[in-house]
Design a protein around this ligand. Structure first.
Ligand code: GLN
Ligand code: ZN
Length: 764
């Protein structure tokens, strides 16, 4: 019979126990041994779940006190020397200093793990980096599991992916040159595993699913020729996309098996079947580790039947990737609609799915009842009237090319808008949110608990809006916002008002460290039954003669930060979201709102892993944005906002979104990004963020003016806006007021300077 295993289980705990344990440790309210006790408890609980589900192996090594890449760096002994820590005796307090920084040292850099919303700590490499060994936590955890008599399969990030994801700040240094040293350390580690009687180790090499340069691919042979010849069997795991192109190369390595992601890339099965040698294990990742839907178990079993006949015990069944990316268990969901709940599988339920697939392959009769139950749920989902909305279908069918076009091109709109808005040169504005004070959060919590009546809550929010408006008037900002007091989350707020969206109570997924997010679930056709923000915007505008900006979340971000349907392409869901936002945009215009901002902070992170797939994504994502924005008249100004700086490579698509104004993050990269905008001659208006809202530091007027002057060198002042680089909701009022005061001063100073220069030129 096929064997069963997994790449990893969520470590945070069903009730986010580990989040709270970490935070209490950070606050100094608990000590290291208390934190270790909670961690050990969670590990034991999660192993038991895997074992009870009947899996042939439990995963060890997927646990991390903050992040698995940081754990690996600590294990290898490759810590950034700037901290001055001895890796062999690293304490948890020191470990968290690496992750979170201290007064003496900034934290290690953090970035997204492939195309997920999980963030890892980037290893820092230099020619002096050594891998002389560090903490023994992994071995301790293995011993812990062995002591429980569990069949242990350690899971580690492989050496190539580890190096690939690392960074070096030493110019001209090729971090691949560290590979031989690294392999020696891995070999030693595998020897330690062998001594413990470990039979299999999984080495994760998701880097095989990105565009890896030739020399990095070559490096696989060098690395695995060394690793495949220890006494432990190596299962090399790929996930997040196809690795089929590398099947011939990997099949020649002295490894014992390969894991492939058949959810993201089912078409690669045949390539692996053909390439693998007669002794090799093929681990089929057939249960979706990235989404929350119950699998089509019968379909999976059918698709594997032939491979099973051929491979027998050498066919392994697993989730596609680590279950880190899905919530822990459906048990905690008491309020979800019963039908919808029956269509879902979180991590715990996915363990059972893995077991069922293996059982159905080996003993079809024994699995019949479970397969039938899955069929019934799937069938119900397919035919549910909650999923298909005839109204939406009709609208989608009627979408025309014109719907993605504004009435006139930017140059013409710009003239009309200048006249209608009558703004000064270098207009000042903010990105949308103002500080979410304790009193705002308390009011929302009380309202959610039913302790505050709807009308009282509305009044509280209106008072907050008025407060924000008066502050902005006093600061003399040109374009105002209402401050987003009523929103706790820019996706949840809209999702709650849209049909086709559902929310869980406990569907937490780790984003980084102790931080978790609770992505909503898009299960059906998305439809906006009634206006969402119009009354709020109208009220805010009624308070002031200045221009009030309407504030919306864009279709790509709504898609990107939710669990999405797997029964239609992402592009189809994006289009439905675009139509919903389009309706809102049109209604805002009708209510007298003259500037509407459609935030797309997640636009870039939707990019596929391989550049070959970028064009298709950019095409539908750009179209979705354009459809959401293009329902208005020329005189209505559309803004968008993106909060990251790496988009020189997608600038043509950003330009193709055709927003009248884009506000972006630039302050941390000291406006480097603008060079890209300059070189590309970005045609529309831009607000490069002149101060970093991620820190409470108040930048000086001079510093901001300098940044603006640099911006003027690449973008004509007529097309420049002045704003912070993101929303201010995480800031306090005192630093917000101080920073905005300086920002407005900087804009005014530069205006005066430019006006004087113009006078000079005229008089010459
Ligand atoms: N309008 C949002 C805010 O200001 C934008 C947030 C974001 O870019 N992530 O909070
Ligand atoms: Zn932002």
């Amino acid at each position: 019979m096929a064997r069963t295993h997994l790449s990893g289980f969520p470590r945070i705990g069903a009730r986010r126990e580990f989040k709270f344990a970490q935070e209490s440790f950070w606050r100094g309210e608990s000590n290291e041994s208390e934190l270790r006790r909670v961690a050990a408890q969670l590990r034991a609980r999660h192993w038991k779940l895997q074992h009870d589900a009947g899996l042939d192996f439990v995963a060890v090594g997927d646990f991390a006190y903050y992040d698995q890449m940081l754990n690996l760096s600590a294990l290898l002994g490759a810590l950034p020397p700037r901290f001055g820590f001895d890796p062999a005796t690293l304490s948890l307090a020191q470990y968290y200093e690496l992750a979170r920084g201290s007064a003496a040292q900034p934290a290690m850099e953090m970035t997204k793990w492939f195309d997920t919303n999980y963030h890892y700590l980037v290893p820092e490499m230099s020619p002096d980096t050594t891998f002389d060994g560090g903490v023994q936590w992994l071995l301790d955890e293995i011993d812990e599991a062995l002591a429980l008599n569990l069949p242990v399969k350690p899971v580690l990030i492989g050496p190539i992916t580890y190096l690939w994801l690392s960074k070096s700040h030493v110019a001209g240094f090729d971090r691949l040159s560290l590979l031989p040293k690294l392999v020696i350390r891995y070999r030693l580690l595998l020897e330690h595993l062998a001594q413990r009687g470990i039979e299999w180790v999984q080495l994760d090499e998701p880097a095989l699913c990105v565009d890896l340069p030739h020399e990095w691919l070559e490096a696989f042979s060098a690395a695995y020729d060394g690793l495949g010849t220890t006494r432990v069997n190596v299962l090399l795991a790929t996930y997040f996309d196809t690795a089929a192109a590398h099947a011939p190369r990997l099949a020649k390595l002295p490894i014992a098996g390969v894991h492939v992601d058949l959810v993201r890339a089912p078409q690669q099965l045949d390539a692996w079947r053909a390439a693998l040698p007669a002794h090799a294990v093929l681990s089929a990742g057939v249960i979706d580790g990235r989404n929350i839907w119950r699998g089509d178990l019968r379909g999976i079993v059918e698709a594997l039947r032939d491979v099973h006949a051929e491979f027998g015990e050498r066919l392994w069944i697993a989730p596609s990737c680590s279950l880190l990316h899905v919530p822990v268990s459906l048990h905690a969901e008491k309020k979800l609609d019963a039908d919808l709940k029956s269509w879902l599988a979180f991590a715990t339920e996915k363990l059972d799915e893995v077991a069922t697939v293996a059982l159905a392959l080996g003993d079809p009769a024994a699995a019949q009842a479970t397969l039938t139950a899955a069929d019934v749920a799937l069938e119900a989902r397919r035919n549910s009237s909650a999923v298909v909305n005839a109204l939406v279908q009709k609208r989608v069918a009627a979408v025309s090319a014109e719907m993605a076009e504004r009435k006139s091109p930017f140059a013409k709109r710009n003239i009309v808008q200048r006249e209608a808005l009558d703004l000064p040169l270098l207009p000042t504005t903010t990105i949308g949110s103002f500080p979410q004070t304790a009193s705002i959060r308390q009011a929302r919590a009380a309202y959610k608990r039913g302790e505050l009546r709807a009308l009282d809550y509305l009044q509280r929010m209106r008072a907050e809006i008025e407060f924000a408006v008066r502050k902005q008037e006093a600061l003399d900002l040109d374009v105002l916002v209402h401050g987003e007091a009523e929103r706790n989350d820019m996706v949840e707020y809209f999702g709650e008002q849209l049909w086709g969206y559902a929310f869980t109570e406990n569907g937490w997924v780790q984003s980084y460290g102790s931080r978790c997010v609770k992505p909503p679930i898009i299960y059906g056709d998305v439809y906006r039954p009634e206006p969402i923000t119009v009354e709020t915007a109208r009220y805010a505008q009624s308070l002031t003669p200045r221009v009030m900006k309407g504030m919306l979340t864009g279709p790509v971000t709504l898609l990107q930060w939710s669990f999405v349907r797997d029964d239609q392409p992402r592009s189809a869901t994006a289009l439905q979201l675009a139509l919903a936002i389009r309706d809102e945009v049109v209604d805002l215009e009708r209510a007298g709102i003259r500037i509407i901002q459609i935030d797309e902070p997640a636009f870039r992170e939707g990019l596929p892993l391989r550049t070959a797939d970028w064009a298709a994504y950019l095409e539908w994502a750009t179209r979705a944005f354009r459809i959401s924005a293009a329902g208005v008249d020329d005189r209505t100004q559309i803004h968008t906002h993106m909060c990251y700086s790496e988009f020189n490579d997608i600038l043509p698509s950003i330009a193709a979104m055709d927003a009248d104004v884009i506000t972006i993050e630039t302050s941390r990269s000291a406006m480097e990004l603008l060079d890209g905008f300059g070189a590309f001659s970005y045609p529309n208006e831009i607000g490069p963020g002149v101060y970093d809202i991620h820190s409470p530091r108040v930048p000086s007027t001079e510093a901001m003016q300098r940044l603006l002057e640099r911006a003027c060198e690449v973008i004509p002042a007529e097309r420049l806006w002045v704003n912070p680089d993101c929303g201010l909701k995480t800031r306090g009022w005192p630093e917000t007021e101080a920073a905005l005061t300086n920002m407005v001063r900087a804009a005014k100073a530069l205006r005066a300077k430019l006006a004087a220069r113009e006078c000079d030129e005229l008089s010459v």
